[in-house]
Ligand binder design. Structure first.
Ligand code: ZN
Ligand code: ZN
Length: 554
């Protein structure tokens, strides 16, 4: 009996790192390979990837990777996934032309040049082993966003990717509702749907509404205008460019990813830049303040982004000053609020005027609201529903929308990362849980699940460190010099008067005991010292700084 397995490895119970494995006859198609940005507790971690151990183990069985669109939470993990699969099998990657161009530029940076990237146009039929693949054109905050229909023996699995039903998109046609309805009429077995805005009532506003509000905001700005939005939001960049052109201002792009994405987007015809409008950042100062619009990265308060550097007066090309207006044409992704607020506050300190989405409707979400989710369900009429791309609350709300349009509660599988849904002629049920979780990327290194390193960093950042150096005689094992105590970042140390001396005494005492017990191995000594000192420090400070004893033999 034919069996189908749909295993989410990321994107459920969270916003970010989307990755779903669809499996039939032991052949695999992976849909999306996303990443997530770290939360502030993940000290020193740059990126978070889904734990894709499962894919590594099944590398030989992977027919293809399909990417719905070019956002980091769908595409960002591609280099790491491919690099780790490569020794066994380097699967081809399929997606829309812009998505593949963005993938190419990522893979180039990682020196992965042998990967086969295949452009797929919506409506094209592609065979992938036991699956047939079709992309369906959708609207979202990046061009070339697609839903993925995987035809299998049992029926069609439709993964919506990120979408909204924008009736007046800035570029290209609206979502292909007629093809969705047709798929629905043919019979969709399982819908894996975007839940991001399941908690917002009604319909999302159209992207094209944003343009005139931007123009209005621009027309009131006395000096330079700095607009920040997602670098991948090419439609938004287009609208900023149009508003600037209407007001006869020049436009400069600042920030590496902004320049890169606009370059790719304009090569593929997704953005039109009127001749003579764009100026390189180094020429900004050649124009009067009221003749310039700067489009910058940094809408999420990212530490190294152009806007953040400008706010901290650390940008080589743009020095902000009084009279500048900074326009946030984006809302913070949950988790980024603090960084964004910090940036905004710095901008006020510099003397800028700051306009956010609270002041004017200068942003439209790329994800459909509740009524759009219902529309998708009614068009596709899936037999089973798996709410994806959302935290638990939004997944659950998406499930409720499903029930509201008449899907049987027993056919709604809220699911979790690592929990495969197994479907056959008899029905659908969860299978045995597979490994899923997070992998941390620290610089360019991909960690194992670096829990220990993270715990250490958290400890260091909260409670500081004691380093204790003890010197013992190689012959007798006894202490031969005053122990040295070095500490950094330990809170409340002043209030624990004499603690450093107590630590020294405790070291001497512990070493004496050790000699008495005949302990001479350095690592055993160090671990004994650690236990003694950690207990002492905790007792006195009620804190757990890292305690690092170093024993030197002379
Ligand atoms: Zn997404
Ligand atoms: Zn997206």
């Amino acid at each position: 009996m034919s069996k189908l397995r749909v295993l989410p490895l990321g994107g459920l119970g969270e916003i970010g790192k989307n990755m779903t494995v669809v499996e039939q006859d032991d052949r695999i198609v992976v849909v999306d390979v996303g990443l997530r940005f770290p939360t502030p507790e993940m000290v020193g971690i740059d990126l978070v990837l889904p734990d894709f151990t499962y894919l590594r183990e099944r590398a030989a069985d992977i027919e293809a990777i399909v990417v719905t669109h070019g956002h980091e939470d769908h595409l960002g993990a591609l280099p790491w996934v491919l690099r780790s699969l490569a020794p066994t099998r380097l699967p081809p990657v399929y997606g829309g032309p812009l998505t593949m161009a963005m993938a190419r530029s990522k893979l180039d940076e990682h020196k992965l040049r042998e990967v086969e990237l295949v452009d797929v146009e919506p409506g094209e039929d592609v065979e992938l082993g036991p699956f047939s693949l079709e992309l369906i054109h959708m609207t979202h905050s990046i061009p070339d966003s697609c839903a993925v229909a995987l035809g299998c023996e049992l029926g069609t699995v439709l993964l919506t990717g990120d979408y909204k039903f924008d009736q007046t998109p800035v570029d290209g046609p609206p979502a292909d509702v007629s093809r969705l309805a047709q798929l629905g009429a043919e019979g969709v077995l399982l819908l894996c749907g975007d839940s991001t805005n399941a908690d917002r009532e009604g319909f999302s506003p159209s992207e094209s509404v944003v343009g005139r509000h931007l123009e209005e905001v621009f027309s009131r700005a006395p000096g330079r205008i700095i607009v920040t939005c997602f670098a991948s939001n090419i439609h938004r960049v287009q609208q900023v460019v149009d508003a600037a052109a209407a007001l006869e201002r020049k436009v400069a792009l600042v920030g590496r990813s902004m320049r890169k994405n606009v370059g790719i987007g304009s090569n593929l015809g997704h953005i039109e830049l009127p001749p003579g409008l764009m100026i390189p950042p180094r020429e900004i100062d050649d124009f009067r303040d009221d003749e310039v619009v700067i489009i910058s990265t940094g809408s999420q308060g990212e530490p190294l982004s152009a806007l953040r550097r400008m706010a901290y007066r650390d940008h080589p090309q743009v020095a902000l000053h009084e009279g500048d207006t900074v326009v946030f044409s984006a809302t913070p992704i949950p988790g980024n609020e603090r960084a964004v607020n910090e940036t905004v506050d710095r901008l006020y300190q510099v003397g800028c005027e700051v306009i956010t989405t609270r002041d004017a409707p200068i942003h439209a979400s790329g994800h459909g609201y509740a009524e759009e989710l219902k529309l998708m369900l009614n068009l596709v009429k899936p037999r089973y529903l798996m709410p994806c791309h959302g935290d638990y609350r939004r997944q659950q709300l998406h499930g409720r929308l499903g029930r509201a349009v008449g899907i049987d509660a027993a056919a709604i599988f809220q699911g979790e990362n690592g929990m495969p849904l197994e479907l056959d002629a008899r029905g659908a049920r969860y299978g045995a849980v597979e490994r899923a979780g997070m992998i941390f990327v620290d610089g360019v290194d991909i960690g194992d699940i670096a829990d220990a390193a993270l715990r250490d960093r958290r400890m260091l950042s909260a409670d500081g460190i004691f380093i204790v150096v003890a010197t013992i005689s190689e012959q007798s094992g006894g202490s031969v010099a005053d122990p040295e105590v070095i500490f950094r970042g330990v809170p409340f140390l002043d209030e624990a008067g004499g603690l450093v001396d107590e630590i020294k005494d405790a070291v001497e005492e512990a070493l004496e005991h050790a000699v008495g017990d005949g302990i001479r191995e350095l690592d055993v000594l160090e671990s004994t010292l650690h236990d003694h000192l950690a207990a002492l420090v905790y007792e006195r400070l009620r804190r757990r700084p890292m305690v690092l004893p170093v024993v030197v033999e002379v």
